[in-house]
Design a protein around this ligand. Structure first.
Ligand code: GLV
Length: 326
């Protein structure tokens, strides 16, 4: 008999078909919004789960489903998993690193440039019919080339953004991270390590690419925004909750910073009403990895993990590999 797995969100049908070759699959092709109680119920009898970043794997779920062996996130971030609780129960957790690095780094640039060059503001102005003539100071923004790019969080995606900035746009790149890159990596990214304070004070364009955790909650709040240049932009492609969205709305409204590009929000898909009112923020619905090729690669990597974990193979991207060693 095939092992039973749950695909908790709608995903590429061809990937679900792939999983059906190995498993008895229960899925959610209509992408219904299951409550946590529904999810716990649907997982009964399942040994594996294919999840996305909005599917919470917590202690209550694990306790109600002691048969669960593996949870495979179709996302590089995994703050939706209680990893220590999974590890304690021998549940393997996996994510989808690498396959989305370049696509997501591209999007960091898209959003940063859109904010700096006032792209959505300009489009709304045009669509409203307000564009009557050219003027010398119409929608003037700030330069990307030659500016100082600040990166908070220097993992794979941060390094991708650094390389684009340094090599493509002649930017001076500074970064702050829990750990410093090796000299070789710093040279490759042409990036200099600075303190968080220096990063905030010196960046013309600050991009956030750090994982969400209790320590990074509100890493950018009122105090941090107050240290930034009034001409600076802030881009968040990391996770909601890293920025205090209320403080950001206030800083943008009072021009403490000049603009922002935000793809991830506290409590998304809700967006802080203060942000919705502002013209100097570009808002996108958590789409940094959203190209067809990359989303398909992410889905296939999550499937690879699920298949390997439950058929005696080696899962390619475990988060808690110590579970495998047991
Ligand atoms: C998307 O946010 C991801 O973590 O992959």
């Amino acid at each position: 008999m095939k092992p039973k797995v749950l695909v908790a969100r709608a995903v590429f049908p061809e990937v679900v078909e792939r999983l059906r070759q190995f498993f008895e699959v229960d899925d959610n092709p209509q992408d219904l919004a299951w409550s946590q109680a529904d999810l716990i119920q649907r997982l009964q009898g399942k040994v594996g789960a294919f999840t996305t970043g909005s599917v919470r794997i917590d202690v209550a779920l694990l306790t109600a489903n002691p048969q669960l062996r593996v949870v495979c996130n179709m996302a590089v971030g995994y703050n939706n998993f209680d990893v220590p609780a999974c590890t304690a129960r021998g549940v393997l957790c996996t994510n989808t690193p690498d396959v989305l690095t370049e696509t997501t780094a591209d999007f960091g640039f898209v959003l940063m440039m859109a904010a700096a060059r006032r792209i959505t503001e300009g489009e709304h102005y045009l669509r409203r019919g307000d564009w009557k003539k050219w003027s010398y100071n119409q929608l003037t923004g700030s330069d990307i080339h030659g500016a100082t790019l600040g990166i908070l969080g220097m993992g794979r995606i941060g390094q991708g953004i650094a390389k684009r900035g340094a090599h493509g746009f002649g930017m001076k790149v500074i970064y702050h991270n829990r750990s410093r890159l090796t000299d070789d990596k710093e040279a490759e990214c042409r990036a200099a390590y600075v303190s968080k304070k220096e990063l905030l004070q010196q960046a013309d364009h600050l991009v956030l690419v750090l994982p969400y955790s209790a320590e990074s909650h509100h890493a950018i709040g009122a105090a941090e925004l107050a240290q930034m240049k009034p001409t600076a932009t802030l881009t968040n492609i990391a996770r909601g909750g890293i920025v205090d969205d209320a403080a950001l709305a206030h800083a943008l409204a009072t021009r403490q910073i000049s603009a922002a590009g935000i793809d991830v929000f506290e409590g998304e898909p809700s967006v802080h009403p203060g942000l919705l009112k502002l013209s100097n923020v570009v808002l996108t619905p958590h789409i940094a990895s959203a190209t067809i090729a990359t989303r398909l690669a992410m889905a296939n990597l999550a499937a690879d993990n699920l298949i390997a974990a439950l058929t005696g193979g080696v899962p390619p991207s475990p988060i808690n590999p110590e579970v495998l060693a047991r």
